[in-house]
Write a protein that binds this ligand. Structure first.
Ligand code: ATP
Length: 517
């Protein structure tokens, strides 16, 4: 875990108006965060990129925005009332609460890291001739670790499937998993804990009914499946996308915005002909990975992790994991949900949720492949990989947020060199014309070098400086954030250069080669 980087990300996010602790003046509310003036812009840009890649770039995907409150039967039908649980366990000495599955996963991860250590050692020893695959397949010590990992995972999956919570506790004891805080193995029994927040609609006197805050946005899509299919005259295969808030009463919510109790999801349910779901599942795995890679961060930051223990609705599931400052963790889930949800809603509502396939001449309940990404986790992924501290040629330091330019909160900063001689007026003029197309900042405070640094740290891709020469010949200096290169251009070219550097359209152009995978 890169503790320093993670601490830097959190303090940088606050210092530059990206993320604040919720209700800070009341000492904060645990695991709830607010997005500040720059954060909301970055978040909106991430949403726009996802929405564009899904809805704009695919003829057969449309979007909706369904309400957070839904009929209470929704959650009975979907299985969330009965099965949306996490196994929790407390350490009696530290009084800390943990998710039993996470304790076990972390333990398995430690064994995996031992394998990686062996690989590193061997690759040093063998040099160029090292063959990783061969080493993994033949080394005795590695085989032992792999066997151990498999045994733990198999036992865990079996116990979860059988809801044998006693065996999960025994597994934790057998593996001698200790509380990271107290270091002891003084554990309580494992209990199931439902993650949904309940609330009341209407006054109690009127016989209020219990509602749940949705724990996923997907159900809003399933309940509207027929409305959209009919009114949009959608033909299978087709998708419905949605971005919105979800709520989970997480047992342990920590790691900043990685795991919160109120968060945002970007989900897409893709409805397909039964029997074709695995093909589409593989297809969406590829497409989603391509979307992530198009941001330009190193490809080694991504990996797939197939689920062994499946959610109650899933037939196959994989995570796209990202290399966060605290290691590889789930960023996005891709699930083959079969016809489970639509069939359940059909049964509970008594309404047919079928599709007439004119090519086959038959009715069926479509199968579903889902892609589900946490917007806040995506935000954290982007922020943590973009934050850099550089030592410049003259030995000085700069902090720079090398965000993909199209995601940057502010695209251009307009800076009059001095606060006199008509320079502010000219700079204001430039600001007014550019703000028709982009989010632009005007800044006249402090020396120019300091202003550049401020914009670097906030991730602004371009700075435009207005000086005395500008008044004479209508040229300005444009400075690029990443290279710090400066060029002199006529003002008439400013819009074109800005568009070239920051536009979302250009990014879609790059992505379009991935869309038809
Ligand atoms: P985890 O195993 O980390 O709890 P999950 O498998 O329960 O996640 P899904 O139900 O697949 O997550 O939800 C889809 C996506 O929603 C996740 O990939 C993640 O990006 C995001 N997400 C889920 N729970 C949270 C949370 N508490 N805070 C922020 N994002 C979340």
């Amino acid at each position: 875990m890169d503790t320093d980087l993670f601490k830097n990300v959190i303090s940088h996010a606050k210092e530059y108006g990206f993320i604040f602790q919720s209700s800070e003046i009341y000492d904060g509310l645990s695991a709830v965060y607010d997005y500040g003036q720059n954060g909301v812009l970055l978040k909106n840009n991430i949403k726009a990129y996802w929405w564009g890649a899904m809805v704009q770039m695919h003829e057969n995907i449309v979007g909706i925005d369904s309400a957070i409150f839904m009929h209470p039967n929704t959650w009975k039908a979907s299985g969330h009332v009965d099965a949306f649980n996490d196994p929790l366990i407390d350490n009696k000495d530290s009084k800390k609460r943990y998710r039993a599955d996470v304790l076990i996963e972390d333990h398995v991860e430690k064994i995996r890291q031992k394998i990686e250590k062996e690989v590193k050692k061997a690759s040093k020893r063998f040099g160029e001739s090292f063959d990783r695959e061969q080493f993994l397949a033949t080394n005795g010590r590695v085989a032992g670790y792999q066997e151990k990992m498999k045994a733990i995972i198999d036992r865990f999956v079996k116990a979860m499937d059988a809801e044998d919570l006693a065996d999960i506790k025994e597994l934790i004891e057998d593996e001698q998993i200790k509380c990271p805080v107290s270091g002891s193995m003084n554990w309580t029994d494992v209990r199931q804990f439902n993650l949904m927040f309940g609330t009341q609609m209407g006054s109690v006197a009127e016989g209020a009914s219990t509602l749940y805050l949705r724990p996923e946005t997907a159900q809003g899509i399933f309940l509207n499946y027929l409305n959209v299919q009919k009114t949009g005259r959608m033909k299978i295969p087709f998708g419905i996308a949605q971005i919105g808030k979800a709520f989970r009463n997480e047992i342990v919510a920590r790691q900043f915005i990685f795991r919160m109790r109120e968060f945002e999801q970007m989900e897409m349910q893709f409805f397909v002909r039964p029997g074709t779901e695995m093909e589409w599942y593989e297809n969406w795995k590829k497409k989603r990975l391509a979307w992530h890679k198009s941001l330009g961060f190193d490809e080694s930051n991504y990996r797939f992790h197939d689920h062994k223990k499946l959610a109650h609705y899933a037939a196959s599931a994989t995570d796209i994991e990202f290399n966060f400052p605290f290691g590889f963790k789930e960023l996005e889930g891709i699930h083959s949900r079969t016809d489970f949800d639509l069939k359940q809603h059909q049964e509970y509502s008594g309404k047919k949720l079928q599709y007439f396939d004119s090519e086959l001449g038959e009715n069926y309940v479509p199968y579903v492949v889902e892609t589900s990404i946490g917007l806040d986790r995506m935000f954290l992924a982007v922020l943590s990989k973009s934050l850099m501290h550089e030592t410049l040629e003259d030995g000085s330091q700069r902090t720079v947020l090398k965000l993909p330019a199209f995601l940057a909160p502010n695209k251009v900063a307009i800076l009059p060199l001095l606060k006199k001689d008509g320079l502010p007026e000219k700079a204001r003029e430039v600001t007014e014309s550019l703000k028709l197309d982009h989010i632009v900042q005007y800044d006249e405070k402090d020396a120019i070098g300091k202003r550049y640094r401020r914009q670097d740290a906030a991730g602004t891709p371009l700075c435009v400086t207005v000086d005395h020469k500008t008044l004479e010949d209508n040229t300005v200096t444009v400075r690029f954030r990443d290279t710090m290169e400066q060029i002199r251009i006529p003002l008439s070219k400013l819009t074109a250069i800005t568009n070239e550097t920051v536009s979302l359209n250009a990014q879609f152009g790059k992505l379009s080669s991935f869309i038809d995978i």
